[in-house]
Design a protein around this ligand. Structure first.
Ligand SMILES: Nc1ncnc2c1ncn2[C@@H]1O[C@H](COP(=O)(O)OP(=O)(O)O)[C@@H](O)[C@H]1O
Ligand SMILES: [Mg+2]
Length: 135
């Protein structure tokens, strides 16, 4: 398989979360990690809209997918702002605060780059080693 990369920019409104998830579903439909990728993109797109300048009027965010034969890299590019992504400690009785913890649990690796001008929250998924281990 030749490596490929695709990206798409979405408006910073809640309806775009579904569109971003569908974009990734369509791209990764033949991969064994589609559901994990969908969950990760949903959480990160929600965060971009809720916590970064992407959620302001006229804002946008970009979803990028890079795939090689053994690894998928997902990146959500937002428009920055004063707050920075940070996983919150578990709070048993409270709604929310679990998005980045979920991303960390599902992804092989993840991270944040950028600054208040714009950030990328990225995650990788490695489908191949799991398949090898199951053999
Ligand atoms: N893209 C982002 N830009 C700025 N801050 C973010 C971003 N994503 C997450 N954060 C910060 O990290 C915290 C943890 O995110 P998360 O685990 O998804 O919980 P929640 O979104 O429910 O607050 C958020 O409350 C927010 O302060
Ligand atoms: Mg969140």
């Amino acid at each position: 398989m030749s490596p490929w990369r695709m990206s798409r920019t979405f408006p910073g409104s809640p309806v775009a979360i579904t569109e971003a998830r569908r974009f990734v579903t369509a791209l990764l439909s033949t991969w064994p990690v589609t559901e994990d990728a969908e969950l990760i993109v949903s959480e990160l797109a929600t965060n971009a809209i809720r916590h970064s300048a992407s959620g302001r009027f006229g804002g946008c965010f970009t979803v990028a997918v890079h795939a090689t034969h053994s690894r998928i890299w997902l990146g959500i590019l937002d428009q920055g702002g004063q707050r920075a992504p940070h996983p919150l400690p578990p709070q048993a009785d409270e709604e929310g605060g679990r998005g980045l913890a979920l991303v960390a649990a599902l992804a092989t690796s993840w991270g944040v780059t950028g600054d208040e001008q714009g950030r990328i929250v990225w995650a990788t998924l490695n489908p191949a080693p799991e398949k090898t281990a199951a053999r």
